[in-house]
Each structure stands twice: as structure tokens, then as C-alpha cells.
Design a protein around this ligand. Sequence first.
Ligand code: NDP
Ligand code: HSE
Length: 446
Amino acid sequence: MTNPAQDAPAASGPAALKVALLGGGTVGSQAARILTEDAEALRDRVGAPLELTGIAVRSRGAERDWRADPALYTTDAEALVDGADIVIELMGGIEPARTLIRRALAAGTSVITGNKALLAQHGEELFALASETGAQLSFEAAVAGAIPILRPLRDSLSGDTVTRVMGIANGTTNFILDRMDTEGADFADALAEAQRLGYAEADPTADVGGLDAAAKAAILATLSFGAPYTLDDVAVEGITAITAEDNAAAADAGYVIKLLAIAERATAEDGTSGAVLRVHPTLLPREHPLASVRGAYNAVFVEAENAGQLMFYGPGAGGAPTASAVMGDVVSIAQRIVRGGPARLRTPVAHLPALDAAEASTSCMVVLHVADEPGVLRRVAAVFEEHGVSLETLRQVQSDRAAAPGASLRLITHRARQRDLDATVDALAALDAVHEVVSVLKVEGN
Ligand code: NDP
Ligand code: HSE
């Protein structure tokens, strides 16, 4: 790889490193601001100036959170990539981001990206190309915004065995659920506010449908377990079905609903060792550390054999926080270009297959609307017993169905295999005495 900083004549100081920025939206405009306003401090840290050579956008005249010199905006992303020492990809989406990143890596140019959707689908192809050419592909911003979580997993915990990663990894959904829980906000209003604040993806169905958190779960699992996972390995359920009634039931039982991304080592019923990756709305006890994560903040709980439990917390979305993570990668890559040294490669070390989510061990809260007559409790409890699922609590509760004849029951199970919990719920739905399975929510942290 060429080293512009070392090639420069001594008298004029190290040559500037040319930084191409692909995308000038929520995060890109903040990265441009930091590169411009903090240029001196960055030069001191890197040992050479960082020169922002251009910002690739779709529309040169569009409104921006922070506007760079108008001459920097271009629609010719390829030309920008070709002249760069470092490329920052903040366009989002699969194409043209994938082709542009490939173009840079093929030329030996290191790339920083926050594009978890791309990494979770095509990461292995991009990392293989980077390792062929000696370029580096860095992506701290792709998971949990400003929170430094990927480096700790990759470096600090590399001498330990990570067994489980469980986190609130999507700011938009946490913002929506928090507003619904604390202010009784309407789902659509809370989503619109999250979009206005720059937390949501260009297509927010990736947020509310759980796919954004799933992409992050795949990335977290890949780094935690040293084996490659993709979006297809994650069982995904979003928050679109969560109702005000679910929130009320959760609050009444002492829980809060959070969208969790979980990656854990597990052993299947047939003895296969692997990992289960899942994203779903989850009930957490109000006193659990993740329950107090508010607004668009994220937090990731890591469990390792020797370190025990660690929690990483901070702003999970938004322009400036995410640009902070991007700039950390920029400085690290720029320092390597200036001082020399090999790129940091990502090599899978373990073969830990993704297991079906039915193999996961979890507990759940089931709310049933049942006939109010003798023997119903016994018949309901018998279904749990038949499927080997043990009950922690069973209570008759008030619910929106109170006006209808019958009674509402809230049952919370002990941990059981997901397959057995699913079969239990199916059998409950088929009982004559059960008028309706009102809700089934997974419970963690109890
Ligand atoms: P935005 O939609 O705000 O910005 C995207 C930018 O890319 C815009 O400037 C847009 O141009 C440009 N762009 C998109 N497609 C093209 C194209 N085909 N050709 C040229 N330019 C294009 O996205 P964000 O800044 O929110 O997100 C960027 C990336 O960072 C995504 O991968 C996202 O997942 C990730 N990320 C975002 C976070 C956030 O909080 N927003 C947090 C963590 C990661 P124009 O302005 O002209 O439309
Ligand atoms: N849309 C994402 C979120 C951005 O809400 O978390 C940060 O990755």
C-alpha cells in the first residue's frame, strides 16, 4: 500500500491523507463537520493532515444538518473513491455501497463503514477482498452508534470466551417503546419523532421490523464467537405488534418491554454445540440494568467465562454520536498509514453453527382470556405440565377483555426450550376453556 505521508518531502511536513466521504446525510454530514472543524487536532493525533476531498451524494443541493464547502459535494462517487487514501462509506443500503467499497478495497484503500445491513449480508466477501489486498475494513459505527463495543469484543475479550451478548441495539425502537411506556405515546407519532431526530434508517421498516437489530446481532455474534454469521442466521420479530395493552400488562407485572438482540452459545437437543441468534420484543424486570436504558440509548450486556458480566452503554443512534465512532476508525487507519504496519484482519477461528431459535432457552409471559368456571386453572396448568414447562407465577388479572364474559390469566414460566414453549401455546389455544391467547412475550433477566 502507498504511504503518502512518508513519501512527502521532509521540509513541507507529511502529505495530507485524502479522505473520500460517501454520503452526506445524518451521519455523513457530522463526519464532514468533525473532519473540518477538528482538522488540527486530528492532524496532531494522526501525524499527518486529513484532507476531505469530496462528499458523494445524490443531490448536491439538498438541505444538510451541517454544510461543507459546496465545491466538495459530488455525484461522481467512483472518481472520489479512485483518488482516495481512505474511504468512509455512509450512504447506507446494499448498492451502490457494496460496489464502491469493493472498488476501494480492490485498490488497497482502507474503508470505514457504518453499514450493518451490508456487513450482515456481504461482510465475508468484503473481508476476504480486504485481506487479499492488505486494506482494512473497519465498522465500529455499525453497531450501537457511539458505544465502543466491537473493539472490546474483538480485542479486549479475545483472551476470554464470550458466552452471551444481549443488548438493546436499535435506538429507534427503544425510543418508540420508551415513549409508549412512559408517556402512552402512539406508535406512529413516536416513530415520526425518531425519524425527525435522525435515528431511523432511510427505510424505517428495518428498525421497527427488527432487521436492523438482527444485522447487529449477526455482527456481534461474529465477533463474539469468531465464526461468520449473516442476517439469515437470526430469528427476527419486530415491535409492530406491540400494543398499549401489552405495555399495560408488562407494567402491571413489574416488567418493561425492550427489543433485545441476543446471541448466545447453546447446545441443541441432539447435543450439537452452536449459537442461537434472535431479536424479539422482550419483557425485562424493571430493576434489570437494561430496563433503565431510555430514549435512543443502547446498551449491550456481555457475559464471558472469566470476565463475568460487562455492560456497555451510550447513545445508540444519531449523527454526531455515530460520527464519533466513525472518526475513531478513521484515526486508527490513518495512523497505520502514517506509521506503517499490517492491516487488522478478521479471520474466523471457530466453527459454531447457527442453531434454530427453537433450541433457545427462555421464559415467557402468556396472557389468556379463559372461561370463568371450575377446573379451568387445572386444565391450563396441565398443558404446561404435559410439555415439561414449569410455571413461576399464575395470576388472575384485569384486562381489556374484562367486559367480555370470562377471566384473564397471566402466567409466567420458568426457562424452557423455545420449542416446548411454542408447543405449549399451541395446545393452550386449542383448549375449549381458552377463549383467546391474548399475548405471548418472551422474558429475560429474571
Ligand atoms: P442518510 O439517509 O441520512 O444519508 C445517506 C447519504 O447517502 C445521503 O447524503 C445521500 O445523498 C447519500 N446517498 C444515498 N444513496 C446514494 C447514491 N446512490 N449515490 C450517492 N449518494 C447517495 O443516512 P444516515 O446518515 O442516517 O446513515 C448512513 C449509514 O450509517 C447507514 O448505513 C446507516 O445504517 C448507518 N448508521 C446510521 C446511524 C444513524 O443514527 N443515522 C447510526 C449508525 C449507523 P442525499 O443527501 O443527496 O440524499
Ligand atoms: N436506525 C438505527 C437505530 C441507527 O435506530 O439504532 C443506528 O444504527
